[in-house]
Design a protein. Structure first.
Length: 52
């Protein structure tokens, strides 16, 4: 089971379309890449090549 990380100030923001976007701060706190092609991924994942 994955560890639950509480959302804190600066971990995310809402787009005009109503989507929650996680920031680099949150991804680093989580500690791993989920390989979903996140907008602010600090791990360098490229969904086109499926590689980090």
């Amino acid at each position: 089971m994955k560890k639950i990380i509480p959302i804190e100030e600066g971990d995310s923001y809402w787009t005009e379309e109503g989507y929650r976007v996680f920031t680099e701060q949150f991804h680093l706190k989580r500690g791993y890449c989920c390989e979903s092609g996140c907008r602010h991924c600090p791990y360098g994942y490229d969904p086109k090549t499926n590689r980090q």
